[in-house]
Design a protein around this ligand. Structure first.
Ligand SMILES: Nc1ncnc2c1ncn2[C@@H]1O[C@H](COP(=O)(O)OP(=O)(O)OP(=O)(O)O)[C@@H](O)[C@H]1O
Ligand SMILES: [Mg+2]
Length: 285
């Protein structure tokens, strides 16, 4: 079952002086169990789009097919519980939404809300707190006693604990140090490999190049490109025109004068292999 958006428009505060178009005629189809990156400049509509995946925002017009649901402007909030279980959404800066007295209670909230018994919710919560790399001694603490990075992990565990079919993450690595970010990326990559769909908003083009099967590029509320990372990053002029960064290996390759690359290297491995080929070629002459 794929995810299908057809002619989606979203207008903030319609009919008021604050009226603003958030999404402009967006259509795409995403394959199940793939890793999708959603990129674009600040204010391009990434978070607005993300909130449509679990019908937190309903389209002003157009239709969405996701996890067996057909969502339109008319879709009521009743019966969306199963959708919210199947489509987990980790907001931008999710640590601001922790609210329970203890870390454990916070993570248990999701499954309990879905009718899971207290005991089972506790087992699941402990499992996911561990999966996101939190030490066991934090579980009885108040979420507000933790570091920013630890709070972020609690919030992510609070969504992953329901084991959604589709996991949507809005800049989960923002503000984390590179090592913590990489650790977190591994959690999401493993989750996708275990048979789930992951949709990730990011400004980190190295992560896009390394992990994404497919990339959605937003600009001014429009979807301006939907393609494989290699296609997205092959046209450097196009990237510049749309204020998008290149992955580091591709940037590095461009700065190596006299070196030729068969294909624009997107990962460190591709870069190293390309350099080796150049060096070996020189030695052979
Ligand atoms: N609640 C709101 N009311 C009115 N306009 C909004 C609201 N939220 C977002 N917008 C506007 O919609 C546009 C898209 O915002 P959105 O938050 O989706 O961008 P984004 O791509 O997620 O940006 P960032 O990278 O900064 O997180 C922006 O112009 C923003 O000002
Ligand atoms: Mg955003």
């Amino acid at each position: 079952m794929s995810i299908k958006f057809e002619n989606i428009n979203y207008i903030y505060s319609p009919g008021t002086t604050m009226e603003k178009k958030g999404l402009d005629n967006i259509s795409f189809e995403l394959l199940d169990k793939s890793f999708i990156a959603l990129i674009g400049h600040t204010g391009s509509g990434k978070s607005t789009l993300m909130q449509h995946f679990n019908a937190l925002l309903k389209p002003s017009s157009g239709t969405i097919d996701i996890a067996g649901y057909h969502i339109t402007l008319q879709t009521g909030n009743k019966n969306l519980k199963k959708l919210r279980k199947e489509v987990g959404l980790v907001f931008q800066f999710p640590e601001t939404q922790l609210f329970e007295n203890t870390v454990l209670e916070d993570v248990k909230f999701g499954p309990k809300n879905l009718g899971v018994s207290d005991k089972e919710a506790e087992i699941k919560a402990k499992k996911w707190l561990k999966q996101v790399g939190l030490p066991t001694d934090v579980i009885s603490k108040s979420p507000f006693e933790l570091s920013g990075g630890q709070m972020r992990r609690v919030a992510i565990a609070g969504v992953m604990v329901n084991e959604p079919q589709i996991l949507c993450l809005d800049e989960p690595g923002a503000g984390l140090d590179p090592r913590a970010r990489e650790e977190m990326m591994q959690i999401f990559v493993n989750y996708q490999k275990a048979g789930h769909t992951v949709i990730l908003v990011t400004h980190n083009m190295d992560d896009v190049a390394k992990y994404a099967d497919d990339v959605l590029v937003m600009e001014h509320g429009k979807l301006i490109k939907h393609d494989k990372p290699r296609k997205i990053f092959e046209n450097k002029e196009w990237l510049k025109k749309h204020y998008l960064d290149e992955p580091t290996p591709s940037l590095f390759a461009s700065s190596l004068t006299g070196f030729k690359f068969k294909e624009n290297p997107l990962t460190i491995k591709e870069l190293v292999d390309g350099i080796k080929k150049n060096v070996q070629g020189e030695f052979n002459e």
